[in-house]
Ligand binder design. Sequence first.
Ligand code: ADE
Length: 228
Amino acid sequence: MRIDIITVVPGLLDGPFAHSILKRAEEKGLAEVRVHNLREYSTSRQKQVDDYAFGGGAGMVMMIEPIARCIQALQSEREYDEVIYLTPDGETFDQSMANELSLKGNMIMLCGHYKGVDERVRQRFITREISIGDFVLSGGELAAAVLTDAIIRLIPGVLNDETSALTDSFQDGLLAPPVYTRPAAYDGMEVPEILLSGHQAKIDDWRFEQSVRRTKERRPDLMEGKDF
Ligand code: ADE
């Protein structure tokens, strides 16, 4: 899978993909992330990519032409399954969307800035509009990084232990159970005995009960339609 991110602030995306799981995914040839500076697709001398809104009002609007040139240049090189626009008025991102997108081929992610993009960009080029939550970021870059991380770690072969993504919070619709490691006792705080018992079936039952308990306490909305 290749993810091409289009932004006016490429520097914001310098860090996140060079580390840890995302770096390993690139090294294994399972995912590739490329960041494109939208200004390079502007034909004006000042590298302009935004302009005043027709009809007036505060804030600039990102122009269609540089965005069109950038998307078309990418699409002339390879096929893309989705052209995603990161925007607070999009569909809210969640784990099931991450699962679905992890099965796709290549994707373009367009990061909005200022007052957003000219509506015609959305009409002509965008296949999917996604928000990472009900709050407003300064631009779509951090949202694109969030999506990229959540999606790439789900690509088969990216995580060392294939089962570890399966036991993530939300993967079965429940929050994850508590986890412990050495030491077995810390300052009077003991690890639950069951986890030291070696009895795997009982440990699995305990973890499931803890997941249900935690979900009921913290996210009762996730329990709707579940009968345990
Ligand atoms: N751009 C600004 N805020 C955003 C959000 N919450 N999600 C996605 N893109 C955004």
